[in-house]
Design a protein around this ligand. Structure first.
Ligand code: 4NP
Length: 154
């Protein structure tokens, strides 16, 4: 089972999702059965590490994102991954446009999939520090729900 998290730049929300979910996964019986990656719909930050504010907020909670490198989502990802999870509706629309006709991946809006109180992970890029904490809180809840789903499925 391969899971891909997608946001716009792949330097704030989706690398956070990748780091949080990886850590939950590592401590679960699914550790060697599920693989995880993240990507952005834009190519602006390709090859770069996550935003320093993202890394700092994540590290305070024990998630080391410093080795991650941004990349752009591709049509090929729809053949490679089983589950592609978008952070907001704009990411989802961009992914729908990229999706090849014969793709096997399931595409969904991450928070909506689990009926969490919000349906989108807000973009923290132009805001203050609290935005990065909000992203972590939302993604910790979503990662727990995703892990529970995969434990049923895998
Ligand atoms: P992300 O946040 O999609 O969560 O990685 C953003 C990162 C960069 C930009 C926008 C959003 N940007 O405009 O460069």
């Amino acid at each position: 089972m391969k899971v891909l998290f997608v946001c716009l730049g792949n330097i704030c929300r989706s690398p956070t999702a990748e780091g949080v979910f990886r850590k939950y996964l590592a401590a679960s019986p699914l550790a060697d059965k599920v693989s995880v990656d993240s990507a952005g719909t834009a190519d602006w930050h390709t090859g770069k590490a996550p935003d320093p504010r993202t890394c700092a907020a994540a590290l305070k909670r024990g998630y080391d994102l410093s080795k991650l490198q941004a990349r752009q989502a591709t049509a090929e990802d729809f053949h490679e991954f089983d589950l592609i999870l978008a952070m907001d509706n704009s990411n989802l629309a961009n992914l729908e446009a990229l999706r090849p006709a014969n793709s096997r991946a399931e595409l969904d809006l991450l928070l909506q999939r689990y009926d969490l109180p919000r349906s989108e992970v807000p973009d923290p890029y132009y805001g203050g520090e609290q935005g990065f904490e909000d992203v972590l809180n939302l993604l910790e809840n979503a990662s727990q729900a995703l892990l529970a789903e995969l434990q049923e499925r895998v």
